[in-house]
Write a protein that binds this ligand. Sequence first.
Ligand code: NAD
Ligand code: ZN
Ligand code: ZN
Length: 344
Amino acid sequence: MKKTMKAAVLHKIGDKLRIEQVPVPEPRRGDVLIKVTACGVCHSDLHAIDGDWSPLPNLPLIPGHEAAGHIVGLGEGVSDLKVGDAVGVPWMYSACGQCEFCFAGMETICKAGEASGYTKPGGYAEYMVADAAFVARLPKNADFYQLAPILCAGVTTYRGLKRTNARPGQWVAVVGIGGLGHIAVQYAKAMGYRVAAVDVADEKLRLAKKLGAELAVNGREKNAPQVLQDKIGGVHGAIVTAVAPQAFEQAIAMLRPAGTVCYIGLPGGDKDAIRASISAITNWELSVRGSNVGTRLDLAEAVAFATNGLVTARIKKVPLEQVNAIFDQMRAGKILGRMVLKLA
Ligand code: NAD
Ligand code: ZN
Ligand code: ZN
């Protein structure tokens, strides 16, 4: 008889996840089988479940792309990892390695890439398989709960900050202080930036201040771009991890001349459009760009910040059975930091 495991499964877009017994997957050539200990709940999982993005995820779907645990099985041909190793599974399940983007060290935009918990089964399960070439190598005694959020929220904001091209000592705005944003504030500090935090919830702004933001502005109560222009002359760089299009529009106006805003949030659906001032972008030579998760090198660097104590996710551990309630809280913007599911 096939061994089974507990998993949270989506059968239809818009439905709740169902906690079920499903077969434990088998590692194929180049894969590892992981016993998952912890998996963070990212807003991208909510987008997947709600069907906000095109193409839609493969169904039935086990979401989850902030998974961490131990290797318990190896597929053929895996030589650089062994049973017992601590690893993490990020969104980037794999990339082709053969296209112009992969050759250029831009595997994040490989068109043949697969995504954990979207095109491939993810970490809301007791076991999962992953491509050995793309898992994060974690330290032997890694705290899987602490490191889970680094596997998406961490690497994504770390890369996004780098892509603003801001230099140490300069100002960056972190717009959206959620799961991603509260970690972004810490990377920004550790990278030597001065940080302005923008959110629409005072509780999140208080957290940002505690984590090192010098300025915190409530974008609902105040004209955040105006505040930043008046107080500091605008920011050199900004990243947007919010899920509301207004935040993406406002972030352009927060920049000082020659500034760069890096979009990270992915509202999707009918929220996937913005209005921007062409003349502001042209006259002030602004840059608007995107950033999609991170390469394996970004991931290794992002993990090192965390294991060296420079970045610590604010987490709450929750049983897998509560996952639907967590999504309700996330929709309402009520989560402070990151929720991490307990699988073991
Ligand atoms: P989250 O729900 O934890 O955080 C979102 C935050 O945005 C909340 O704190 C909320 O209060 C704040 N917010 C809402 N409206 C705002 C506004 N108008 N101005 C400022 N802040 C506002 O979500 P998360 O897990 O941090 O994910 C954020 C987004 O990033 C999602 O769309 C997710 O899909 C996306 N994401 C993208 C990548 C990528 O590679 N580009 C990777 C991971 C996540
Ligand atoms: Zn994510
Ligand atoms: Zn490729």
